[in-house]
Write a new protein. Sequence first.
Length: 156
Amino acid sequence: MNHTQTQELKEHEKERDFFCVVSDAFRVFARRSSVILGSAWSFAGAVLVILVWLITGPTFHFSDTWQLIINTATTVITFLMVFLIQNTQNRDAKAMQLKLDEIIRALKKARNELVDLEDLSDEELRKLEAQFKELRQKAERDGNQLSRHAKPAELR
């Protein structure tokens, strides 16, 4: 990136409102946190913390304070994790939806009405599901569906 592009980006950054900056910062934080906190190492660390807490139980005579420490810590961590998980799930679902919308748009035989399925009511989704079930059963009866055990040469 050259010097001019860097200056333009800095000027654009100044023009953005506070909400955009906070939203972008949270998005980056949530994505990085989900990668780190979703790892096996984080799970192992959490197990280690629980083991240390259990081992210290006899030292503190399994007191109310000893129990309150783990209860408070797990409650706070769970509360914060809900927001991180929801943020990453919303972004992942939106990205997946956009990818599927592009596939539907690109396929000539696909029904474009299916692009906004997430906006349909539960009843409308059930009706559409029933239509697809009928289509699948009809294809199976007509023998139009490929065998699950077909070899690549048989598919040509």
